[in-house]
Design a protein around this ligand. Sequence first.
Ligand SMILES: Nc1ncnc2c1ncn2[C@@H]1O[C@H](COP(=O)(O)OP(=O)(O)OP(=O)(O)O)[C@@H](O)[C@H]1O
Ligand SMILES: [Mg+2]
Length: 274
Amino acid sequence: MNEEKYVEIFNLVKAYPNPFGEAVKVVDGFNLNIRKGEVISIIGHSGCGKSTVLTMLAGLNEISDGGIVVAGREITGPGPDRAVVFQAPCLLPWMTAYQNVMLGVKQCYPHAEKAQRRIIVEYSLSVVGLADSMHKYPRELSGGMQQRVGIARAIALKPKVLLLDEPFGRLDSLTRMELQDVILGILDREKITTMMITHDPDEAVYMSDRICMMTNGPHAHVGEIMEIDFERPRDREAIMETDAFYAYRRRLLQFLDDCEAEKHARKQKAAISA
Ligand SMILES: Nc1ncnc2c1ncn2[C@@H]1O[C@H](COP(=O)(O)OP(=O)(O)OP(=O)(O)O)[C@@H](O)[C@H]1O
Ligand SMILES: [Mg+2]
């Protein structure tokens, strides 16, 4: 297996049906290889197609053209080798944190022994810092704690690829930083290949090995890829004292500004020709 191309996304296209005319190719010609154990972030303006790419990789969204290969196998649907954490954890309210995590583990490991499953669930909840709250119901947990359960549920599946779609988007900045470090700790230990969507340039730089900047949709694709050259494990304070951190951040903001200007110019042109 090629570790440089552990995830291979080639010529990916997503055309959503349009009731008023031709289908629109939201994503068009998206190409990206992800190395084994790499953490890659996707950044781009709202609506450009980031979640569309991630859900296709998750197998939850049909691929219109092109394809995705994970660990040498082309994906055709969802599978336990890819776990997703969305912005909202969507826990079942009548089940405790433990039972919510166990639900997925039972489905993925139906033949595992009961004791083994219990160890996996307890371990996953303890690495996200919920060892003392695992028997609480979602209503008894804060938003940050609920998201911790969502992360535990994903890592309990021992996925080959972890997919994070703005996992900290709804959290206050302190909780957000805490959870960034929880995820970084897990990734440093388990070396899970990860794709994370974020709107936050600081978060992208702090957490990623590479950042993939996506152009505006429709026909969105990879605009630019930036390598982030900080060693792991990462130290937030030390990183934020470097000039490199601000240079990376500036480049991201510049890319997003350029996209905005391009969108504006395109709208003006369309208005003139209408
Ligand atoms: N099921 C769908 N049917 C039709 N169009 C869709 C569907 N899902 C998404 N779209 C459209 O595809 C485009 C990309 O959506 P997507 O959710 O992938 O963007 P995004 O980059 O994740 O945005 P955000 O940053 O706001 O989460 C948008 O124009 C959206 O309206
Ligand atoms: Mg999205």
